[in-house]
Design a protein around this ligand. Structure first.
Ligand code: FEO
Length: 169
């Protein structure tokens, strides 16, 4: 049985993951409106990844005999100053998510909840990739977004990204 404190914090994180999904869905819409379908697709895949992150926690609470308590999803922004501004927000948001995952790990360690430590290790590894991806795209966009031709070419690189559910064993 999972401890109440751990259960509460993972429930809060499910909400944070779903909020992230909602943020990236909003960004996907904005990129579509900017005629950047590749980046819109990248964000749509990111939305699916965040839903999967939340659902992995949802399944885990049940596996441990706990209760999932879904909470309201707060409002997300709907427009950005530029493509790089959107990715700057993604990068900063992912840094925040990393700190939330680290806090969950602190709780698991404090409670000597070895199952949760093992479970959370997946998220610790995932966050390294999430931050690196956002930072790389931000850096490139910052350099090229004032050059429409280069921006369109770069955008095409993301058109073929497909969602692969890495949360399923
Ligand atoms: Fe679920 Fe982007 O972290």
């Amino acid at each position: 049985m999972i401890a109440q404190k751990m259960q509460k914090e993972i429930n809060d994180q499910i909400n944070a993951e779903f909020w992230s999904a909602y943020l990236y869905l909003s960004m996907s819409s904005w990129f579509t409106e900017q005629n950047l379908p590749g980046l819109a697709n990248w964000m749509y895949v990111q939305y699916q990844e965040e839903m999967a992150h939340g659902m992995k926690m949802f399944r885990y609470i049940h596996e441990r005999g706990g209760e999932v308590k879904l909470q309201p999803i707060a409002k997300v922004p709907t427009s950005w100053k530029s493509p790089s501004a959107a990715f700057d927000e993604v990068f900063k948001h992912e840094q925040k998510v990393t700190s939330l995952i680290n806090k969950l790990m602190d709780t698991a360690v404090e409670l000597k909840d070895y199952a949760s430590i093992s479970f959370l290790n997946w998220y610790i590894d995932e966050q390294v990739e999430e931050e690196a991806n956002a930072s790389d795209i931000y850096t490139t966009l910052k350099e090229i977004e004032k050059m429409p031709g280069a921006l369109r070419m770069y955008d095409k690189e993301f058109a073929s990204r497909k969602f692969v559910d890495e949360t399923q064993e």
